[in-house]
Write a protein that binds this ligand. Structure first.
Ligand code: AP5
Length: 192
């Protein structure tokens, strides 16, 4: 199963992808995690990305497409993948389409996790107190939301146009959201 997860900052993409990885037995690929890990390692790319992440802007498409192409070429994705945080604009969506066509592994489904914006603000404020993410400050979150609406939201329509899009309600308990996703994927919901 090759799954693209879409949703605004704080919508629960990372949370759900981690649970789906366990239930579906396929890799979870998060571009946010890949970038933050590169920043922690202090690589040239990571340090460049960090200055952009800390403003809530998007890292340039060329960097992202190289990163994702390298990741999708590894053996472990032969059984499928859950893509979290990519694509994030129409250029990335088209680039991903071309890459997956070339690899002979087109996406099967795009799941948009749809959450009430008021819940998003509360979730990110809570995470800001619990974790140390440099882009969870009020000002940067506001910019991440703006970037999402301007650049990422059109990707939802892109997948709708390809007949691959499903919306899943992301409000409510984490396990309930997972159940909704598994039901869309027609996966047996009894724990493994
Ligand atoms: P990224 O790491 O992808 O951040 P994001 O999309 O802003 O998403 P978040 O991690 O904030 O939210 P999420 O939807 O994963 O929710 P989560 O599960 O964590 O990207 C960070 C930055 O990297 C970008 O701004 C950009 O600069 C750069 N970047 C990344 N990809 C890029 C790309 N393709 N191109 C260019 N730049 C790129 O949940 C949020 C919180 O809510 C958690 O605390 C969680 O515990 C809680 N929560 C989750 N579900 C529930 C629930 N149902 N009920 C209550 N709480 C919940």
């Amino acid at each position: 199963m090759r799954i693209v997860l879409l949703g605004s900052p704080g919508s629960g993409k990372g949370t759900q992808a981690a649970l789906m990885k366990v239930r579906l037995g396929i890799p979870h690929i998060s571009t946010g995690v890949l970038l933050r890990n590169a920043a922690k390692r202090g690589t040239e790319l990571g340090l460049k990305a960090k200055t952009i992440i800390d403003k809530g802007e998007l890292v340039p498409d060329e960097i992202m497409s190289d990163m994702i192409e390298e990741r999708l070429s590894r053996d472990d994705v032969a059984i499928g993948f859950i893509l979290d945080g990519y694509p994030r604009n129409l250029a990335q969506a088209k680039s991903l389409y071309a890459t997956l066509e070339r690899l002979g592994t087109p996406a099967d489904v795009a799941i948009h996790i749809d959450v009430d914006p008021e819940h998003i603000i509360g979730r990110i404020a809570k995470r800001a107190k619990e974790e140390d993410r440099s882009d969870d400050t009020e000002e940067v979150v506001r910019n991440r939301m703006r970037v999402y609406h301007e650049q990422t939201a059109p990707v939802i329509e892109y997948y709708a146009g390809r007949g691959l899009l499903t919306h899943v309600l992301g409000d409510g308990p984490i396990e309930l959201v997972l159940e909704r996703i598994l039901s869309v994927l027609r996966v047996d919901q009894a724990p493994a």
